[in-house]
Design a protein around this ligand. Structure first.
Ligand code: THU
Length: 136
């Protein structure tokens, strides 16, 4: 699927729905994510925190896990929805997770719940000189 030829609206809608389901009673910082795979299927996720803090997981992690479990292997695009003036860019570990299933064309779109699309990035911008599957 060519990321440039279609609307982001379905991905934003899916990530926004996941945002509203986020389980974040500790940070109170809700995040939703939605991934478009190579089959044109959208997979969503939200952050799921835990009383044992390090056991919590990120929205991107959940969305990518769902994609893999349903047979997707490429991230064509990913949308992350948060509520913050500063774009909610993926954490370091999630950048590496996106790198695993992304390529030079993969766009990472950061959306604010109230303001809409804030910025789009490539994984090369967020994780330059990365170690990835090609290094094996
Ligand atoms: N979080 C995400 O789910 N994705 C991001 O891109 C940034 C941070 C979550 C982790 C934690 O549950 C909360 O936001 C605060 O860091």
């Amino acid at each position: 699927m060519n990321a440039k030829t279609h609307s982001l609206d379905p991905l934003i809608a899916s990530a926004t729905e996941a945002y509203h389901h986020a389980y974040a009673p500790y940070s109170r910082f809700l995040v939703g994510a939605a991934v478009l795979d190579e089959h044109g299927v959208i997979h969503s996720g939200c952050n799921v925190e835990n009383a044992a803090y390090p056991s919590g997981s990120c929205a991107e992690e959940q969305a990518i896990g769902s994609m893999v479990a349903q047979g997707g292997r490429r991230i064509c695009e990913i949308v992350i929805v948060g509520r913050s003036e500063a774009p909610v860019t993926p954490c370091g570990a999630c950048r590496q997770r996106i790198r695993e299933f992304g390529d030079a064309q993969t766009q990472i779109h950061v959306v604010d719940l109230d303001r809409g699309l804030q910025r789009s990035y490539t994984i090369e911008e967020l994780l330059p000189e990365a170690f990835g599957p090609e290094n094996f």
